[in-house]
Design a protein around this ligand. Structure first.
Ligand SMILES: [Zn+2]
Length: 359
């Protein structure tokens, strides 16, 4: 059986199918003259995905003495996979074609093999993380991270002893979250007040205040991917005059993407690796996008400044992270010489939208 590039949303699979370089008609989504592949070519990747799930078992996922209906604890495999990942295309997701394709791929090489090997679509499945005996590979990492933050703020600033433990898997995070920004990409940067075009880059080092990414005295270029985000980041008040610059990248840059986002499950032989990297990434991304009280910011920014400098020492040009104030994301460049101001405009902020939750 042949499936095609249009069956999948996942970029890793789409790339594999295009690399296969065979065109024809898809037997699942009915697209014609598209890149196709034999389902058994994808089995090795889906076996990795399948490791994230177990069949729902008594004493492992539910207690039969208390619960007589295991279907409350287990689910169809396709339902779990569609909830957890973005693998199948919107065209076939939820149509039943996705389920047929999933099991055709999983069972492709098993026709003559042991029936015990067969993965049964009518079985109930549970996430591996829901098993009673499941232990997260970074079970106590949060505690270590809190200890690290306290040490950095109040005990050892430059040579914290807990550094090694906290950043044990950090290189993996960086590797899988490297993003290339192309030459000529336009970013946005705002400043309070009216400024000439030559005053829109970083402040001189002796005036550089501490920020989320930089300590006092070290200047980085704070930009955002769009105008509303860069305006929100400077926290203007209603009626204030601001200057917004369009900043153009002079060359291709390598940055670390610390936005929350899923790792590709097909890359890793061990599902535990996915859980580890995912946990670190979500912590760092949360840390970077949590609003900080401006009066306390100098000390509260220390952990994110530390993460940023660690990334800089590994040779990256910057980081991107979700804005704490605006709708999209920020990009901080370590060296302003990699960018130049294209044009500026002066704006009056005429409205500010506040969102709040009850405490
Ligand atoms: Zn297809």
């Amino acid at each position: 059986m042949k499936c095609c590039e249009n069956c999948f949303e996942d970029l890793y699979l789409v790339t594999k199918i295009r690399e296969n370089d065979e065109r024809g008609n898809c037997e699942y989504c009915d697209n014609e003259n598209v890149f196709i592949i034999d389902v058994d070519q994808l089995t090795q990747y889906f076996e990795r995905l399948f490791k994230h799930y177990d069949s729902t078992e008594p004493y492992e996922h539910f207690h039969p003495a208390i619960h007589d209906d295991p279907s409350e604890f287990g689910d169809m495999l396709i339902t779990l996979i569609n909830e957890d990942w973005n693998i199948f295309s919107y065209e076939i997701e939820g149509t039943g074609k996705d389920e047929t394709l999933l099991f055709d791929i999983l069972n492709a090489n098993k026709i003559c093999n042991d029936p015990l090997d067969y993965i049964d679509p009518y079985n109930l499945y549970s996430r591996m993380t829901k098993a009673f005996t499941f232990v997260h590979p970074l079970e106590d990492w949060e505690k270590t991270w809190e200890t690290f933050k306290e040490e950095l703020k109040h005990t050892n600033r430059f040579f914290p002893g807990t550094q090694e433990e906290v950043f044990n898997n950090f290189d993996d995070v960086l590797y899988y979250r490297t993003t290339i920004l192309s030459e000529g990409l336009t970013l946005y940067r705002a400043r309070m007040g009216e400024h000439p075009i030559d005053k829109m880059m970083t402040p001189p080092v002796d005036l550089a205040k501490a920020g989320r990414a930089n300590p006092k005295g070290i200047s980085y270029l704070y930009c955002a991917i769009d105008e509303p985000t860069c305006v929100a980041e400077i926290r203007p008040w209603k009626g204030s005059k601001i200057t917004v610059a369009q900043i153009e990248l002079k060359k291709e840059l390598r940055v670390v993407n610390l936005l929350r986002g899923q790792l590709c499950p097909f890359l890793f032989d061990s599902p535990y690796k996915v859980l580890e990297i995912d946990k670190l990434l979500s912590h760092f991304s949360q840390e970077l996008s949590t609003p900080v009280d401006p009066d306390k910011s100098e000390i509260e920014y220390l952990p994110t400044q530390y993460i940023t400098e660690l990334i800089k020492t590994k040779g990256f040009d910057g980081i991107m992270f979700k804005s704490a104030m605006g709708p999209k994301y920020n990009i901080v460049l370590f060296d302003e010489n990699n960018a130049k101001v294209k044009e500026i405009e002066t704006l009056i902020v005429n409205d500010i939208i506040y969102e709040y939750d009850n405490d």
